[in-house]
Write a new protein. Structure first.
Length: 257
């Protein structure tokens, strides 16, 4: 099953649960009005404000973290493209006999990396491609060391650090792809949203008639906001994507042909 329909189904379930919580709060509030009178819920304003403020703060921090991680992933794509392009160009300083094999492994390495990120969010396929890239990475390093041994020390100082930088940025990208908002925070957001829906419903108990907008506005806004957060966290799944940034890696790959 595709991740996008699964996420949409979960968000739809949360939306319906929030609407149900809002309705439950409204009914309980009206029951208290019938038994206690207009004094029902007196003094709860500060408590409601504090809880809604906590929800808003948690949403703000979660959104900010997701946007920050999205920006880091975008920057790392550019950094990896630059690192691979630089290391590939510096193959020219190596002995001519070692260059063809190294260039072939460079192309295969970048192809494996691209296939791995293209496979996301299918982690199984992505890990297979990343494992293949790791094998090619070891091969590139062995060939680079062999090609620079016994030669000009300036050659090794020029090529090996560039190759090492390429590997380091690749590792950083894999870590960034796997780093997301902790599940416990999403759980807290969900529970707080349900409780706030209950409180919002209770606050409307004094209204003789509640319209459709009052019933769905808060759940709808929250669910849409949560969708945008998840979209930022998983840019290979939803509407927010990194395809335009990936173009720099494809440009590097074309330059190798």
């Amino acid at each position: 099953m595709s991740h996008t329909p699964r996420v949409l189904l979960l968000l739809l379930g949360l939306f319906l649960a929030m609407v149900a919580s809002l309705e439950a709060g409204r009914r309980l509030g009206r029951r208290q009005l019938a038994t206690v009178g207009m004094e029902a819920g007196a003094g709860l304003g500060p408590l409601e404000g504090a809880i809604f403020g906590l929800l808003g703060l948690l949403v703000a921090f979660t959104f900010s973290g997701a946007a920050s991680r999205f920006d880091v992933r975008r920057q790392l794509i550019v950094q990896e493209a630059n690192a691979i392009g630089t290391a590939y160009l510096r193959v020219d300083v190596l002995p001519a006999a070692s260059q063809p094999a190294l260039r072939a492994d460079f192309r295969d390495y970048l192809d494996a990396r691209l296939r791995g990120y293209h496979a996301l969010p299918d982690l199984t396929r992505a890990h297979v491609e990343f494992a293949r890239a790791a094998v090619l990475q070891a091969s590139l390093w062995r060939q680079a060391v062999a090609a620079t041994q016994g030669g000009d020390s300036g050659t090794s100082r020029l090529f090996l650090p560039a190759l090492n930088e390429m590997f380091d940025v690749g590792t950083a990208r894999e870590v960034a792809v796997a780093t997301h908002v902790p599940a416990v925070i999403l759980g807290m957001l969900t529970l707080l949203a349900l409780f706030c829906s209950f409180l919002a419903g209770s606050a409307t108990a004094k209204s003789p008639k509640v319209g459709l907008i009052q019933s769905v506005a808060f759940p709808l806004i929250f669910v849409v906001t949560l969708y945008v957060i998840l979209d930022l966290e998983y840019p290979s799944v939803g509407l927010i994507r990194l395809d335009s940034v990936y173009q720099v890696l494809f440009d590097v790959r074309r330059s190798m042909d």
